[in-house]
Design a protein around this ligand. Structure first.
Ligand code: NDP
Length: 500
């Protein structure tokens, strides 16, 4: 394997994206200034006025047209993604396919979820017809990550657009080409700039937070999420934060151990472990622990991070992540843990080979912090109650997995997380009708599904009088008799059950 040193350059107005496999320059992109971001948002605001005036059906036609362009050129998009992230082409294709599926779902379901609907008005307000509809917010700023540079932002972009918003997207500085590709294909379809990209570094993202957009959807680290939220607080701009996780995989005594091993090996190592909902901690019932550990070591040995085209995993995309992975492995061992596969020596200059750690104290950063590398800790538990307690002890709470033949649902329901896959890993992310998002340090708000559509709207409630009220209550003409009748009605409706 030949590695060339990074040759990327950076000026005040442009920066290079690099291929993390080789360090070679993929392309140069402009750094959008504060003024550039504001101009993009101003254009988006005009486009939003047009876009929100289109019917759901008209928006669906155009979103489906964009979906068609992406689908027909999926190989091209996957290649840009592969060049910028280093991930295998097959993984890039899978990511694009899932993103396309979400775009289709959002376009197809926006009308049903968001259009005006009648709701029961209740006995007290029986003379009113009550309806609610979900209106677009205006312009949504999306700040994206580099690990899944199409799938993750598309969870916001597709749903925000389908809800009638215009979008300004700031891709990660490691994957600007992917963002530019998406914006260029959108421009082929939409008459107005309903979807634009602004490339740049962190400061461009910060400018987007200050630009007066109507919502910011952010994916990245918890620390940057806090900065985004603080900047948005100044203008009361609402935010959605998807800030990573420390996801656990639980293996019950009656689990199909081979299936659990397969899930753990893929969940921890796919995309070189750079997955917000990837498996980082494994809790295994003592009755199957030895069997699980032997199998998981054997199967993980088949996974190598290399520069070869057919490698199962590629390099670490963001160079600074290498130090974090190394620090977590070192801390696990220093605090009493053992590396049963790999170890500190597995961390190379660009590539990290899979590492399995056991007997790691729960206080170690290898258990408490997001590692974002191809590592897993495996811990023996004496009961599922213990596995649940340890899973729930994390400050992160994004996804989770449970392998159990009889008690999967019972265990899943006790987990304080946004998503759980039973007898599988990360399967929830591929179901467009399910919401995706976290609790605690993993963030808040939801992308995907009906919740994901509503996330980019505000509810507008309307009551319309359909007949004169039997009890005239909202008037200074209200009579004593009406008040007595209200008292009786409330007594009949709600008085039972309470102490007399
Ligand atoms: P960051 O949170 O720093 O970056 C995420 C996005 O925010 C990028 O587009 C970044 O731009 C942008 N950004 C950076 N600073 C600001 C700012 N002040 N205001 C607005 N936007 C800003 O994550 P990193 O890429 O540095 O990764 C760090 C860690 O985050 C990883 O180690 C991993 O643990 C976690 N992570 C989690 C992800 C998830 O899926 N939840 C995805 C990626 C990372 P730019 O890239 O140009 O700096």
């Amino acid at each position: 394997m030949t590695i060339t040193e990074p040759t990327g350059t950076r000026s005040a107005t442009s920066f290079d994206s690099l291929n993390p496999r080789t360090g070679e320059v993929v392309a140069s992109h402009p750094i959008a200034s504060e003024a550039d971001v504001q101009a993009a948002v101003a254009r988006a605001r005009e486009a939003a006025a047009w876009w929100s005036g289109q019917s759901f059906a008209e928006r669906k036609v155009l979103l489906n047209a964009w979906k068609g362009v992406i689908t027909n050129r999926i190989d091209e998009l996957a290649s840009v993604m592969q060049a910028e992230t280093g991930k295998p082409h097959g993984d890039a294709m899978l990511e694009c396919a899932l993103a396309i599926d979400h775009l289709a779902w959002a376009a197809g379901h926006a009308s049903k979820v968001l259009k005006r609907r009648t709701v029961p008005s209740g006995l007290v307000m029986a003379n009113q017809k009550a309806t609610v509809e979900y209106q677009p917010l205006g312009v949504v700023g999306v700040i994206g990550p580099w690990n899944y540079p199409v799938f993750t932002p598309m969870g916001s972009i597709a749903y925000a657009l389908a809800a009638g918003n215009a979008v300004v997207f700031k891709p990660s500085e490691y994957t600007p080409g992917v963002g530019a590709w998406l914006a260029a294909t959108a421009a082929e379809v939409f008459d107005q700039p309903v979807f634009q990209v602004v490339t740049g570094l962190g400061e461009t993202g910060a400018a987007l937070c200050r630009s007066g957009v109507n919502k910011v959807a952010f994916t990245g680290s918890t620390a940057t999420g806090k900065r985004v939220m603080a900047a948005c607080a100044e203008t009361l701009t609402p935010v959605l934060i998807e800030a990573g996780g420390k996801d656990a995989l639980i293996v019950d005594a009656d689990a199909d151990v081979a299936a659990a091993v397969d899930g753990a090996v893929w969940g921890a190592n796919a995309n070189a472990g750079q997955t917000c909902a990837g498996v980082e901690r494994v809790y295994v019932h003592e009755r199957v622990y030895d069997d699980f550990l032997a199998q998981v070591i054997a199967r993980t040995k088949e996974v190598h991070a290399t520069n070869d085209a057919d490698a199962k995993i590629g390099p670490i995309t963001m160079p600074s992540q290498i130090d974090i992975i190394k620090r977590h492995i070192d801390d696990a061992i220093a605090s009493g843990g053992t590396a049963v596969l790999g170890g500190p020596e597995s961390v190379g200059e660009r590539f990290v080979q899979p590492v399995i750690l056991v007997d790691v104290p729960e206080s170690s950063s290898a258990v408490t912090e997001e590692t974002f590398g191809p590592t897993m800790t495996v811990t023996k538990v004496s009961s599922m109650a213990e596995a649940v307690a340890l899973t729930n002890a994390s400050k992160y709470a994004l996804g989770s997995s449970v392998f159990s033949k009889r008690n999967g649902m019972r265990i899943a329901e006790q987990l304080r997380v946004g998503m759980t896959a039973i007898n599988g890993v990360i399967t929830f992310a591929g179901v467009p009708s399910l919401p995706f998002g976290g609790v605690g340090d993993s963030g808040f708000g939801r992308i995907h599904g009906p919740d994901g559509l509503k996330e980019f709207t505000y509810a507008h409630a309307i009551t319309k009088q359909r007949m004169k009220p039997l009890l005239a209550l909202t008037t200074f003409q209200r009579t004593e008799k009406a008040e007595q009748q209200l008292g009786k009605l409330i007594g009949v409706l709600h008085g039972r059950g309470g102490p007399k």
